[in-house]
Design a protein around this ligand. Structure first.
Ligand SMILES: C[S@@+](CC[C@H](N)C(=O)[O-])C[C@H]1O[C@@H](n2cnc3c(N)ncnc32)[C@H](O)[C@@H]1O
Length: 245
């Protein structure tokens, strides 16, 4: 499977994605404000690779003036169904459909790694106003928790390393990233966890063996969590760069 087909895979299961992917904690947006040096309320924010709008809705809720940018047709349609009050334009991070120096903050919530940083980096610098900020984050299973580390090991054994494609951005000319790590968790039914797992691109592209893997995983987790509930733990890695004033 190519990176391109994985990048496009989300649109095939947009409603399931929106129902089962986790949200982001308020502490993340507090950290963005602190590192950027300005408040979200009133800020012009472009949320790129917005998907079904999980981050866009939270930014909007903090009072930001959000425009979402999303390349995928299915994701964009689901976004519009769920967020009728937030503007969305079709486009991608390598060629942003935004005017020069027009935004205070660009956000990439688990989507920077799908871009070509040789293009998306200069594009970010073009659309940010001087003093504006680019914030990129991932939200990965916390392998410091034993059952999660064991599940990751089972996935890697079956499908190879790197199934979790999120990669932090590297600094490049004009974009000097500072980083911060946050941890959070949520308690959900085992079935909801399996549904969430099935929204990752590895599973969406129909890699052979994914259905059988999820069936075996259901049995593993039933033995570990007999009451049918578990706590997912996440690590958010936030990287933020400010465009020179
Ligand atoms: C893991 S989802 C993240 C969605 C959303 N930001 C969230 O937090 O749930 C990745 C998104 O990146 C989008 N994407 C893929 N290639 C992209 C690109 N080159 N530029 C911007 N977004 C891209 C996908 O269509 C998908 O909606």
């Amino acid at each position: 499977m190519t990176t391109g087909s994985r990048a496009r895979s989300f649109s095939s299961a947009a409603a399931r994605y929106a129902d089962h992917r986790p949200s982001y904690p308020a502490a993340l947006f507090d950290a963005v404000e602190e590192m950027a040096g300005f408040r979200l309320a009133g800020a012009r924010v472009a949320d790129v690779g917005a998907g079904t709008g999980i981050a866009s809705a939270l930014l909007h809720g903090r009072g930001a003036r959000v425009v979402a940018v999303e390349p995928g047709e299915g994701m964009a349609a689901e976004f519009r169904r769920r967020n009728p009050g937030i503007a969305l334009v079709r486009g991608d991070g390598d060629r942003l459909p935004l005017a020069a120096a027009s935004v205070d903050l660009l956000t990439y919530a688990q989507s920077w790694h799908w871009t070509d940083p040789a293009r998306s980096g200069p594009e970010a610098l073009r659309v940010l106003r001087p003093g504006g900020a680019l914030a990129v984050w991932s939200n990965d299973p916390d392998t410091g928790v034993e059952w999660i580390a064991e599940q990751e090991a089972r996935i890697e054994k079956r499908f190879g390393p790197g199934w979790y494609a999120n990669k932090g951005p590297r600094s490049q000319p004009g974009l000097d990233f500072a980083t911060r790590r946050l941890r959070w968790s949520r308690r959900i039914p085992v079935e909801a966890h399996l549904a969430k797992l099935s929204t990752h691109s590895l599973f969406l592209v129909g890699e052979p063996g994914t259905d059988a893997f999820l069936t075996a995983e259901r049995a593993e987790l039933a033995a570990l969590f007999p009451d049918g509930w578990l706590r997912e733990h996440y690590t958010i890695d936030l990287s933020l760069a400010v465009r020179a004033p």
